[in-house]
Design a protein around this ligand. Structure first.
Ligand SMILES: [Zn+2]
Ligand SMILES: [Zn+2]
Length: 331
């Protein structure tokens, strides 16, 4: 039995096609992670190798006098966009449209130690990471850009070129068509039903419970009904808030806890897979929106897309969210 399911926040379809032999446990990998040392001579992000990166924009320490930093924010050495560009758009030959590659691309080195991960950090460390995300969001959202994206690529198959724990933040002067489409759907939903579509989704998922993986006072984590990827998790604030940039200190604490808990569950269930996570937040000119709602998406990279997905935009998910949620809850 297979079925098409619709993601009501994007209007996109996914095919749930459970393969008979595939159970959640089939993704447990026995592959042993290589033993990692806490310092690598030529790693540009390791403590002592700071000369290998551009100078830090911001440094976090436990206290002023400490000679050891906790987090370093640095410019990306190979930026996708740059603030040195002059922001201008062009239409060439009435055909080729361009905008200069204006924007900001920073790297957040989240620990001085090479072998650290979000799952092995202590609580104060992960809280500092979230604070650094919020600080950088606030700084970059004051620039002439429209969107700030915070994301982590963890592991080679997730696109990371450096193993050492880090996240990236890119601020761009345009809004993608995918995001515009989501905003329009959310705005229409609000106009029709006088509710944020994401708040409705949270209410429904909490009522049904079957796709819920974990919750605390501030946040809830679940597999979306129309999950594109096996084991894809969304973490949403339970109370309406459009922009990640507006989270308060208490929310930082709750968010740090649930993020670590979910990543630990994924590690235990799937054998420390590579993953991406990223924060979907409101555009800068609509940070107090009553119909947009920020959230973090985690995508374990245990599966690659094929031609059908690229060609149609319809994904085939071989793992049913209700089943994988039940499995993750026990981990
Ligand atoms: Zn390192
Ligand atoms: Zn909401």
């Amino acid at each position: 039995m297979t079925e098409f399911r619709k993601d009501i926040t994007t209007n996109e379809w996914v095919i749930m096609a459970k393969e008979r032999i595939k159970r959640p446990t089939d993704f447990e990998t026995s592959k042993k992670k290589k033993i990692v040392k806490n310092y690598i001579d030529d790693c540009p992000f390791c403590i002592g190798n700071e000369r290998l990166t551009p100078p830090a924009i911001k440094i976090y320490k436990d206290n002023f006098k400490s000679s050891i930093w906790k987090i370093r924010v640095i410019p990306n050495k190979f930026p996708a966009v740059s603030s040195e560009e002059v922001l201008e758009s062009n239409l060439i030959n009435n055909y080729f449209e361009t905008i200069s590659g204006y924007g900001f691309h920073k790297v957040i080195v989240e620990s001085p130690f090479h072998d650290m991960t979000i799952t092995s950090m202590d609580y104060s460390e992960i809280k500092s990471v979230i604070h650094s995300y919020r600080d950088m969001y606030k700084i970059l959202s004051k620039k002439p850009v429209k969107y700030v994206m915070i994301f982590k690529n963890h592991g080679e198959s997730a696109g990371a070129s450096i193993d050492h724990i880090h996240s990236q933040i890119i601020a761009i002067p345009i809004i993608s068509e995918r995001l515009k489409c989501k905003y329009e759907i959310a705005s229409n939903y609000f106009n029709r039903l006088n509710s944020c579509i994401y708040c409705s989704m949270i209410k429904k998922e909490l009522e049904l419970e079957k796709r819920i993986i974990f919750k605390n006072d501030g946040f809830v984590a679940f597999h979306p009904y129309a999950s594109i990827y096996p084991f894809e998790v969304w973490i949403l604030p339970r109370y309406h808030k459009a922009s990640f940039g507006n989270i308060g200190d208490a929310e930082v604490e709750e968010f740090a806890k649930i993020l670590q808990e979910i990543l630990r569950k994924i590690d235990r269930a799937l054998g420390q897979p590579d993953f991406n996570y990223f924060i979907e937040t409101a555009p800068i000119d609509n940070e107090n929106s009553n119909y947009l709602h920020w959230y973090l998406r985690i995508i374990p990279r245990i599966w690659n897309i094929g031609g059908f997905e690229i060609g149609t935009g319809i994904y085939i998910n071989t793992h049913i969210p209700e089943e994988t949620a039940e499995y993750l809850r026990t981990k």
